[in-house]
Design a protein around this ligand. Structure first.
Ligand SMILES: NC(=O)c1ccc[n+]([C@@H]2O[C@H](COP(=O)([O-])OP(=O)(O)OC[C@H]3O[C@@H](n4cnc5c(N)ncnc54)[C@H](OP(=O)(O)O)[C@@H]3O)[C@@H](O)[C@H]2O)c1
Length: 283
């Protein structure tokens, strides 16, 4: 019998890497990458109809309103995209494994090094919608949640990875303002995707933190990237959250990845080590 795996958000950064990784890691599954061109996931009738006819055996749900500023600008739409779509898919997938992509932004960022049992306390709209969706997903004991951090890599649209945004800004001669006191656990989406498959195929329900093994400030990430691409003549300016007055930003959302690392075959490198060994064209 053919088993179909739906991958939503397949036109985005992580979804596209999930599809690529699945070809190698999940050869017995027929991958069904779902992009906006197939249907709008907010059209719940279309979603239920497509689900009913395709009868997937696994859903990896990557589609989201994933940019924090867009969520802050339109909280109602953010809730529709991040909560209601997830509810519709999780309900359709009630009897099969369902893996939902969440974020480190569910934490308030006061302590960092969050493990899976740390209480969520989002301070922004994006994190709040993801925390609400997590609770819906986790009500089903078969279902899985991955919280990930800042992901890089090549995206189909060329503008979704943090690396793509930095390199594009530098190519245009822009100076990047980077916080020295905002910390993340950056990772290439290739590792996030491979780990997601390990979790999905193990079928182990619950929450997993999947991120890079290194705590870096935005400024440190910029320094590493500048040294790697000197030909772009990168320009950065060190800034501080103390002087920032925009939408709320959790200062340290670094994730403790010990649980994911205990799964067989999982590799979550330090970002700086990985970047050193990587040919420039792949990032
Ligand atoms: N990338 C990161 O650093 C990061 C960090 C933490 C968590 N996450 C989470 O990981 C998941 C994947 O992130 P990502 O970076 O791959 O996001 P992304 O690059 O923005 O991709 C999301 C994809 O979903 C599609 N989509 C959104 N709403 C849709 C709808 N109603 N119908 C059909 N398609 C829809 C988007 O299409 P359009 O482009 O047309 O809108 C886009 O192709 C998300 O849940 C995100 O919140 C990502």
């Amino acid at each position: 019998m053919i088993s179909i795996a739906w991958v939503t958000g397949a036109g985005g950064l992580i979804g596209s890497h999930i599809v690529q990784a699945g070809r190698a890691l999940a050869p017995t599954w027929t991958l069904a990458p779902i992009t906006r061109a197939h249907f709008d996931l907010a059209d719940f009738r279309a979603v239920r109809g497509a689900f009913h006819s395709a009868k997937p055996g696994l859903v990896i749900h990557c589609a989201a309103m994933s940019r924090s500023p867009a969520c802050e600008a339109d909280p109602k739409e953010a809730r529709r995209q991040n909560v209601e779509i997830t509810r519709c898919l999780a309900e359709a997938a009630a009897d099969i494994p369902f893996l939902f992509f969440s974020t480190d932004q569910v934490f308030d960022g006061r302590t960092g090094d969050y493990d899976e049992d740390a209480p969520v306390n989002p301070i922004g709209v994006y994190g709040a919608t993801k925390a609400e969706a997590e609770a819906i997903v986790l009500a089903n004991p078969r279902h899985m949640v991955i919280r990930t951090s800042l992901n890089g890599g090549r995206s189909p649209t060329g503008d979704r990875g943090f690396n793509e945004q930095m390199l594009r800004a530098w190519s245009r001669g822009q100076t990047l303002n980077l916080f020295e006191d905002e910390f993340r656990s950056p990772i290439h989406a290739r590792f996030t995707a491979a780990t997601a498959w390990r979790i999905a195929l193990e079928g182990k329900a619950g929450v997993y933190h999947v991120a890079g093994a290194e705590k870096l400030s935005r400024w440190e990430i910029g320094e590493l990237m500048s040294r790697r691409w000197p030909e772009l003549k990168p320009r950065t300016r060190k800034t501080s959250l103390r002087d920032y007055s925009g939408a709320p930003r959790p200062p340290d959302t670094t994730l403790n990845i010990a649980k994911a690392l205990r799964l067989p075959g999982v590799e979550l490198p330090r970002f700086s080590d990985w970047l050193r060994g990587e040919p420039p064209g792949s990032f």
